[in-house]
Design a protein around this ligand. Structure first.
Ligand SMILES: [Zn+2]
Length: 80
């Protein structure tokens, strides 16, 4: 994978975390509480893994990192 900003080769790895991250489209305000209903109303996209499954989670999404630009590209296609 090559960086879309600078064109250099990106580092390959996985994006690890405690879950419950979500993508919020531009124009939506950040929700104060998190529930599937609220996230849906705000057109947010909940990204795996969910915090509920973390102790058993072995799969994190593949990701690519550009050292130069601090740009992260995450591939969730295998988890959603
Ligand atoms: Zn770059």
């Amino acid at each position: 994978m090559f960086c879309s900003k600078c064109g250099k080769e990106m580092k390959k790895g996985t994006l690890n975390g405690r879950g419950d991250n979500f993508f919020l489209p531009e124009g939506e305000t950040s929700p104060k509480l998190l529930s599937n209903k609220i996230l849906k109303k705000k057109n947010a996209i909940l990204l795996p893994p969910s915090s509920f499954g973390i102790p058993f989670c072995e799969k994190f999404p593949h990701a690519f990192w550009c050292d130069e630009c601090k740009l992260l590209i995450v591939d969730y296609s295998e988890l959603m």
